[in-house]
Design a protein around this ligand. Structure first.
Ligand SMILES: [Zn+2]
Length: 311
């Protein structure tokens, strides 16, 4: 550990390592933002990523005039508890790398790591859309798909570091067509939720229906404009989300499900999924609130800062 400086304001530093951007934040106490920056994720691989994070941390600490702050980092994938190495990251230059240990050495302090969905869940449970609830399931629907569990304001990681790993479970209650042609996930398994529900997953499904290979956002816009094929792709995507969330309700029965990631902006999620998810849950009706992340894109980095308790 470095010489920890006096930190009377309870400053904590968070970094959210994404596939295209790296966000950094300094939180003051439990709410206020003292500094924030966002940089492009370098394309030069693992070592360039370490250097970029070190530069970002140094710049943020210079801005607030305090060094050696507690640092939490949100990453894709998860950390293998036995080795401290990353796995299951869709930014594959990170897989197998001891990111936490390397950052700890480079920045002379302990560093806490959690996956991006865990960070989102923690952020939203503490002071976001899940703040009024004791049992929060946070999901990311974006380029990737993931989940995180926060109970009584504490992030649940699990014995194998896999708690909430929703994105790499199999699409439940598949139709015969879905069983015949399951998409292959980058992780090596077939029919993962990430392969069905991510933005690229929705695009691939649109192509399978005979549509153009366009981003999920464009499919949603075309559906809203009345284009029939795009509407069909969106409708089936919503049904798959509903099935996948019914599985969560059956296992965890959270008091709220908070959605982040780029696809969380699809307003149909909140109006349509609650109408159909009870068809698959072990109950006649479900009244679980399904809501968008209050802090939007910033939830990941805010949650990363909260991986440490207040100093
Ligand atoms: Zn997978």
């Amino acid at each position: 550990m470095s010489d920890q400086v006096e930190n009377a304001h309870g400053l904590r530093l968070g970094v959210d390592l994404g596939g295209t951007k790296i966000a950094g934040i300094v939180l003051d106490g439990d709410a206020g933002v003292r500094a924030e920056r966002r940089i492009d994720t370098p394309e030069g691989g693992y070592l360039a990523t370490i250097e970029a994070i070190v530069d970002l941390v140094n710049a943020l600490e210079a801005e607030v005039g305090t060094a050696g702050l507690p640092l939490g980092v949100g990453t894709p994938g998860s950390v293998l508890a036995s080795t401290g190495r990353l796995r299951n990251a869709n930014s594959q230059c990170l897989n197998g790398k001891p990111l936490g240990a390397d950052l700890s050495t480079a920045l002379s302090r302990d560093v806490r790591l959690a996956n991006d969905a865990d960070c989102l869940a923690l952020s939203e449970a503490r002071d976001g859309a899940g703040a009024a609830f004791d049992n929060v399931f946070g999901v990311i629907l974006g380029t990737g798909v993931g989940g995180g569990v926060v109970i009584n304001n504490q992030l649940i990681t699990g014995r194998n570091g896999l708690a909430g790993e929703w994105g790499h479970t199999c699409l439940p209650w598949p139709t015969s067509a879905e069983t015949r042609q399951p998409p292959r996930c980058w992780c090596g398994l077939d029919s993962c939720l990430e392969a069905w529900l991510s933005g690229p997953g929705m695009s691939a499904d649109h192509v399978r229906r005979g549509g153009y290979n366009i981003p999920a956002q464009d499919i949603v816009e075309r559906a809203e404009a009345g284009e029939r094929l795009a509407g069909a792709t969106l409708k089936v995507w919503l049904q798959r989300v509903a099935r996948s969330m019914a599985m969560i309700v059956n296992i965890l029965d959270p008091e709220v499900i908070v959605v982040g990631g780029g696809l969380s902006q699809i307003r149909w999620l909140y109006s349509e999924v609650p109408k159909i998810w009870a068809e698959h849950a072990f109950a006649e009706s479900i009244d679980t609130p399904l809501v968008a992340a209050q802090h939007g894109d910033a939830s990941g980095v805010r949650g990363a800062a909260r991986l440490w308790p207040l100093p």
